[in-house]
Design a binder for this molecule. Sequence first.
Ligand code: UD1
Ligand code: CA
Length: 463
Amino acid sequence: MTIAQAPSSTLSVVVLAAGKGTRMRSDTPKVLQPLAGKPLLGHVLDTVHHLSAERVVVVTGFGAQRVQEAFAHQAHLRFALQEPQLGTGHAVQQALPDLPGDGVCLVLYGDVPLAPASSLAPLVAQAQTGALALLTVELDDPTGYGRILRNADGAVQGIVEHKDATPAQRAVRECNTGILCAPLPALRRWLGQLRNDNAQGEYYLTDVVALAVADGVPVRASTVADADDVLGVNDRSQLAHLERVVQLRTARRLLDAGVTLADPSRIDVRGALHCGRDVFIDVGCVFEGEVHLADGARVGPYAVLRDVRVGAGTVVHPFCHLDGASIGAGAIIGPFARLRPATALADGVHIGNFVEVKNGTLGPGSKANHLSYVGDATVGARVNIGAGTIVANYDGANKHRTVIEDDAHTGSNSVLVAPITIGAGATVGAGSTVSKNVPAGKLTVARAKAVTLDGWSRPVKKK
Ligand code: UD1
Ligand code: CA
């Protein structure tokens, strides 16, 4: 049996994202600025995902097209255009035609990225009982924020914006986070009554609080425990501050999960980092996209890993750039190695300094220890790619594949011109340029023989 939800409890969410973000001094709309590798608005929408809302409307204005394109893959989202931008109250008004007649409406700000679902859910529950629910925060420096005004009994009377506040009101440290939840019919009514006779000439959403009080609707204000959860991003300093907040929280989660971090304040995770047991990560590493580090993996300082899988016990030495690669167990990578997309390295592979591998596979135990380029190649097991070996995969128009079979060795400074197959157990002599298949089990050399000239003497400088 299914129990139908009472219509009045239906949740709609409006996310305000129309502002230009003038103080960011950027051509990118503020809500698209990345925080831990994800747009500010993306953080908010991820949180909304946990609230099981019936309807989610994003109000866009500045850079509306770009904002909409950035989230086009989230098919359930609706977008309402606010043009021109006449304030936060006016912004919510633009979303009203997309909202149902009943239920409650949670208003979130696209530039307040870290408000957790755990502090939003209680607001929704309060609004479902008919109240106007506000989220507030105590700040040591409340400059710029709207202040919560309470009467002698402590009941909320209204919100005054910093720019409109008297000195006495500015002394109040309890601030508006901007986040509120209200019954929709009442919200519609209050929004219709907003006026813009204030310091900024805007229709303030915050004025609905005094209108609710006048209507005799209860106003419930809950204060968040951790101010970082509700900080807004108005300028680059605030964005940088929140970046460190997010990174430190991630670092703490990794430590709690048993990962060793050489310094929790010097790691950047811009995506999802999954670690097994006893993983060690040195300072200055950046992880992007989905990165998996299996049990006992070690990542040396200043490595950048993006969409990479690192097998158990594998060591990544300092200064590696690994992108779109999967690495088996017990491998050794770097220092100064570059792995490019579609690289797959089997167990026990060694990739040394200044070696680049692209769209290639190396079988178990194969080694390319120094100064090589291995592109579009299928390399078997136990192959030794000598220092300075270049796989010439590109003829100027097309890319071609190279196959190096098991146990083959390529000498130092050899050039393998693709398409070509180096047979199993073959050896290519140092300094050879080979452009035809190399037979298995034999030595193939392609270089001029050295000659020694007897009776030659070195020229001397004329006086
Ligand atoms: C707002 C609140 C303030 C609160 C602070 C918390 C108002 C009037 N003030 O001030 O009480 O302390 O947030 O961070 O609500 N936006 C639109 N359309 C507009 C104007 C703004 O969509 O016409 C969006 C912005 O993109 C932004 C959000 O609303 O995401 C807040 O706007 P902003 O101008 O940053 O307001 P604050 O001055 O920070
Ligand atoms: Ca703001």
